[in-house]
Design a protein around this ligand. Structure first.
Ligand code: G3P
Ligand code: CA
Length: 237
C-alpha cells in the first residue's frame, strides 16, 4: 500500500505532516511529487504552480528555494496545519527513512535536470525508493542512470485507452520500466493478467474505496496507492 502524497486524505498533501501521519498509520510506501525550484533544488509539490496548495501564487520552476520555503503549505487545508513548509526531497526522504519506503514521482517536463538532482538526493538519503514518472524522457533517463532502482511507468486512463494495453506495456518495457502503474479505473483482472504475462508487476492509483481495494487485491494487483492509508491497511489486513 502506497500513501498518495502522504496521508493526504487527512493532512495537507506532500507535507512532512502528511508523510509522518502515513508512517504512523503504518504505510509501507509513501508517495511524493517532485519539481525543481528555479535554483535547481528538488522540491516536493504536486502542481506546476504553488497556488492550490500554498498561500502563494506562481510557478515552482520560477521561484527559488528560499521563496518556496517562505510559503505556508498547510493552512489551506485546516488552520492547525498552518506553518507547514514545502519540503525538499531530502527532507521527505529523511522523514521516511527507516520507517517506510518512498515512491518518488518526477513530474513530467522536469527532464534530465530533475532526474539528476533527484537521484543525487536519493543517493544522499537513506530511504529505500522506487521512482515513478509519466514522462517518457524522465523514465528513459532514470532507467539509463539507475537501472537498479525499481522504476514505474505511470499511465492515465485516457492515454491507456488511446494507445491500447499492448502498446502501453511495450512502451513501458522499451523505456526500461520495471513495473506498470495505470490509473485504477482503467484496470480490471485482464489488465493485471496481461501485465504479469509481460513480466510487469502492477501498481494502481488512486483508490479510496474499500470495496474497490478488495476487488483489486483479489484480482492480483501488486500495489494500491491511496489517499487513505489507514483505511487501506484495515481493509487489506
Ligand atoms: O502515484 C501515481 C499518481 O500520483 C499519479 O498522479 O497526478 O496524483 O501525481 P498524480
Ligand atoms: Ca504523484
Amino acid at each position: 500500500m502506497v500513501a498518495h502524497r502522504g496521508a493526504s486524505g487527512e493532512a495537507p498533501e506532500n507535507t512532512l505532516a502528511a508523510f509522518r501521519l502515513a508512517v504512523e498509520q503504518g504505510a509501507q510506501y509513501v508517495e511524493c511529487d517532485v519539481h525543481l525550484s528555479s535554483d535547481g533544488v528538488p522540491v516536493v509539490i504536486h502542481d506546476e504552480k504553488v497556488d492550490r496548495t500554498t498561500n502563494g501564487t506562481g510557478e515552482v520552476a520560477r521561484m527559488t528555494l528560499a521563496e518556496l520555503r517562505a510559503l505556508d503549505a498547510g493552512g489551506w487545508l485546516r488552520p492547525e496545519f498552518g506553518g507547514e513548509k514545502l519540503p525538499t526531497l531530502d527532507e521527505a526522504l529523511a522523514a521516511c527513512a527507516g520507517k517506510a519506503r518512498m515512491f518518488v514521482e518526477l513530474k513530467r517536463g522536469g527532464g534530465e535536470a530533475l532526474v539528476e538532482a533527484s537521484l543525487a538526493a536519493i543517493e544522499r538519503g537513506r530511504c529505500e525508493v522506487a521512482v515513478i514518472s509519466f514522462g517518457p524522457e524522465e523514465v528513459r533517463a532514470l532507467a539509463a542512470r539507475r537501472p537498479d532502482l525499481p522504476l514505474g511507468f505511470l499511465i492515465g486512463r485516457a492515454t491507456l485507452a488511446q494507445h491500447g494495453l499492448e502498446r502501453a506495456l511495450a512502451a513501458a518495457r522499451e523505456r526500461g520500466a520495471s513495473f506498470f502503474s495505470p490509473q485504477q479505473d482503467a484496470v480490471d483482472a485482464g489488465v493485471i493478467e496481461a501485465a504479469h504475462a509481460a513480466g510487469m508487476p502492477v501498481s494502481v492509483w488512486t483508490v479510496d474505496d474499500a470495496a474497490r481495494m478488495t476487488g483489486l487485491a483479489g484480482a492480483g494487483v501488486d500495489a494500491i496507492t491511496t489517499n487513505l492509508p489507514a483505511l487501506a491497511l484495515r481493509t487489506l489486513a
